[in-house]
Design a protein. Structure first.
Length: 224
């Protein structure tokens, strides 16, 4: 059975521009939710991108729907693909890479495997997945859903969510919290050089971060 819904509203471009300055690992200092399984790795190193989630759910060896929706994706979209647990077939390859790039897609994450990594690198298409496999999906047109809530990397992704991805992983955020999350993360990143400078000047890391005071207080409490 096929379900094809309308394209979601895109996250404000200025918000995405701000979010793209944030390291996923910085957000990991104060949030736990929204991070995909770290087994989903970046094919291209040293990329950080932010975009609007458009979601695709395709089962097993059938990728006809993915080919179809490549005609609807827009500049700034981030394609999120739920593979329904398939851990054998590559639904994303060279031709899909080129189609996505041509349409202005900023990146994609596949909850499974992909192929044609050399073309992914040549086209410079940011892609996250479990790794490569030579066994590809086929155009069968049996089942699939487009722009419905999906599960990818253990995270529920809704069409229109914001996606931030870099070499450390993939993070999904509801649009209404992007601004607050980005502001907090950017403030932390701005403060980090001062912390490093103090350590390089000879201060002990535990003194700079406050960890030493915490440990000493804990030991004093347990010795009462």
């Amino acid at each position: 059975m096929f379900t094809l819904n309308d394209m979601p509203a895109q996250v404000d471009a200025k918000l995405l521009e701000k979010l793209a300055q944030v390291e996923t690992a910085t957000v990991g200092h104060f949030r736990h939710a929204g991070f995909m399984n770290p087994k989903l790795r970046a094919v291209l190193p040293d990329r950080r991108i932010a975009g609007t989630a458009v979601t695709v759910r395709i089962p097993g060896f059938d990728s006809a729907l993915l080919h179809h929706v490549m005609g609807y994706v827009r500049p700034g979209d981030f394609v999120v693909i739920d593979r329904c647990g398939d851990l054998k077939h590559a639904c994303w390859g060279g031709v899909v890479t080129r189609a996505a790039k041509f349409r202005g897609v900023v990146g994609a994450v596949v909850d499974g495997y992909a192929t044609d990594f050399s073309e992914v690198r040549d086209v410079d298409m940011p892609l996250w997945c479990l790794g490569p496999t030579p066994i590809t999906t086929k155009k069968i047109a049996i089942d699939g859903q487009f722009n419905v809530p999906v599960s990818c990397g253990g995270v529920t992704v809704n069409p229109g969510d914001a996606v931030l991805a870099d070499e450390s992983g993939v993070l999904v955020l509801a649009p209404e919290i992007v601004d607050a999350v980005a502001d907090r993360a950017l403030a932390m990143q701005a403060a980090e050089p001062k912390t490093v400078a103090r350590i390089e000047a000879g201060e002990r890391m535990g003194d700079v971060t406050g960890a030493t005071a915490m440990i000493e207080a804990a030991i004093a409490e347990q010795n009462k």
